[in-house]
Design a protein around this ligand. Structure first.
Ligand SMILES: Cc1cc2nc3c(=O)[nH]c(=O)nc-3n(C[C@H](O)[C@H](O)[C@H](O)COP(=O)(O)OP(=O)(O)OC[C@H]3O[C@@H](n4cnc5c(N)ncnc54)[C@H](O)[C@@H]3O)c2cc1C
Length: 494
């Protein structure tokens, strides 16, 4: 299906993929007066945060909320484009997050909190009650947050090369608070906390402290990407859906356009790819167009882990919160713990995250009181990994224990994992890669000054999204990249 012009065409910019990186860069360049072609292989914009419609229910393909909730790159995006009224942002009020922590004693403890922090003394009491924090522990926790709020400039940049777990341990936090922070970091970045770049983690925890932990978009988290794609056609560009880009056209050592599976040729002065750096370099453009050392670096890049889980549609409000993290002290993941899981030795409680979109936007469900939600557990990015089924099975055991009525209320239950994620978003072009939940792993050696440059060595070819050009958690990073790459390409093409 095509919206806009067809056949051979000349554009300023051709964008491959309408995930959050691609949709953002395309809309911002259209806003800057560039003629943009945006080509998406699936039916809908949004990439890994695509929203879907099934029957009378609308829900998330993989589950997502925005972090930070307020003061985000998403707010800047809808403001710059003037589309804020088309996608209201939703942050429910009150104690709508519910932490479920299984203490070493075996007892489940629950902590309710708002999505946007209030500094309420009740939150301090919660840390004492749920995690057994003493006055000394709370002082250590306060020192850690003081550092998070104040580190800047060179001191922060130096932490590109420091693993976050080591940095956290320097504050001498007790194990339950380490578990709380590390679980949160696993959920934000989907990488081992020992190698998570401390600079990246600190920036995001600061954004979260200032702007809260969850934002949803009315009528679906993917709606902002959909509106960005519409914006392209409304501003003189073209948007093609269900059309896969087959290759990047290279002439005389320069990217000059793209060719799609429909044999459509779109010539452009710049090509921006949201298809992932490895699929773009190794498959769409072809390694022969890049220096050998660049190809070697691209092949060695490490993806984030993947997420396996279940989309549930329920005929009752089984879950009474919007966001529910579930964990014990054995749950959070560094390299060693993940390697043990890969070898078949799982913790009793894996880290489980539950997002309940209908708690943000009740209009998503056909019948008032019904619920749509996603449960999520970590596994390898390899689309063929057996970890995905095991992760889902183990999460169901925990959900049955905590919500014994859940199974009685299931209208629809759809398991997913790295295989589906790769199919919907990026091709698997190297062993163990393709199903990654975020994109490039935000680990030491791949962040800050060591992150790939969005401008590739092939003139005219750029990377956008979570592999280059941005910082932050998940979609926030993709949109940040979209802003930065739009400015870069706009300047380069003059
Ligand atoms: C289960 C799960 C839960 C998550 N939860 C959150 C969350 O709560 N909050 C959050 O912020 N982030 C979350 N994330 C991460 C977030 O979704 C990603 O980091 C982000 O969406 C990646 O954006 P991107 O622009 O880099 O690329 P992608 O989303 O991967 O988009 C790439 C796009 O390119 C298209 N494409 C690829 N190849 C081609 C081709 N050859 N031709 C045409 N089109 C092509 C794809 O179809 C896709 O639309 C989650 C991810 C998963 C999987």
């Amino acid at each position: 299906m095509a919206e806009g012009s067809s056949g051979s065409a000349d554009f300023d910019v051709a964008v491959i993929g309408a995930g959050y990186g691609g949709a953002t860069v395309a809309a911002l360049l259209a806003h800057a007066g560039r003629r943009v072609a945006l080509v998406e292989k699936t039916r809908r914009a949004g990439g890994k945060t695509q929203t879907m419609d099934r029957g009378k229910y609308r829900y998330e393909m993989f589950g997502a909320v925005g972090i930070p909730a307020l003061n985000s790159r998403f707010h800047e995006l809808v403001d710059v484009l003037g589309v804020a009224e088309r996608v209201p942002f939703l942050v429910p009020q009150g104690d709508v997050a519910s932490v479920c922590y299984k203490a070493p004693s075996g007892e489940w403890r629950t902590m309710r909190s708002p999505l946007v922090q209030t500094g309420d003394p009740q939150q301090i009491d919660n840390l004492r009650r749920v995690f057994g924090a003493t006055d000394d522990d709370l002082t250590a926790f306060g020192n850690m947050y003081a550092a998070i709020m104040t580190l800047e400039g060179e001191a922060l940049d130096a932490l590109d090369d420091v693993g976050m777990l080591g940095w956290l341990r320097s504050f001498r936090l007790p194990e339950p608070l380490i578990s709380q922070v590390c679980t949160q970091l696993n959920m934000l970045f989907v990488v081992p906390v020992n190698r998570l770049a401390a600079s990246e983690a600190i920036l995001t925890l600061r954004q979260q402290a200032l702007g809260g932990a969850g934002r949803y978009h009315a009528r679906g988290y993917g709606r902002v990407a959909e509106v960005c794609a519409e914006y392209v056609t409304e501003h003189g560009g073209a948007y093609f859906t269900s059309e896969r880009v087959r290759r990047v056209l290279v002439e005389r050592g320069r990217a000059v356009g793209i060719e799609t599976g429909e044999d459509r040729v779109l010539r452009a002065r710049a090509v921006i790819s949201n298809a992932g750096i490895q699929p773009t370099v190794l498959k769409l453009a072809g390694r022969e167009h890049f220096p050998a050392d660049y190809v070697e670096r691209v092949e060695a890049l490490e993806p984030s882990w993947a997420i396996a889980g279940i989309r549930y549609v329920l005929d009752a409000e089984v879950f009474d919160a919007a966001l529910i993290p579930i964990f014990s002290d054995e749950s959070w993941l560094d390299d060693d713990r993940f390697a043990r899981m890969q070898a078949g030795s799982w913790p009793e409680i894996p880290v489980i995250g539950i997002d309940v979109p209908s708690a943000f936007d009740p209009s998503l469900v056909a019948v008032p009181g019904h619920q749509v939600l996603n449960s999520q557990v970590f596994c390898s990015a390899d689309p063929a990994t057996p970890m995905a089924d095991e992760a889902i099975r183990r999460a169901e055991v925990v959900l049955d224990e905590l919500w014994p009525d859940l199974r009685k209320h299931i209208i629809r239950k759809e398991p997913y994992g790295p295989l589906q994620c790769s199919g919907l978003t990026r091709d698997s072009v190297l062993p163990g890669c393709g199903g990654e939940a975020v994109g490039l792993a935000q680990v030491v050696g791949q962040c800050g000054k060591s992150k790939p440059n969005p401008r590739t060595p092939l003139p005219g070819l750029y990377i956008v999204g979570c592999d280059a050009g941005g910082r932050g958690a998940g979609t926030h990073q993709a949109v940040d990249s979209g802003f930065n790459v739009a400015a870069m390409v706009d300047a380069d093409i003059g």
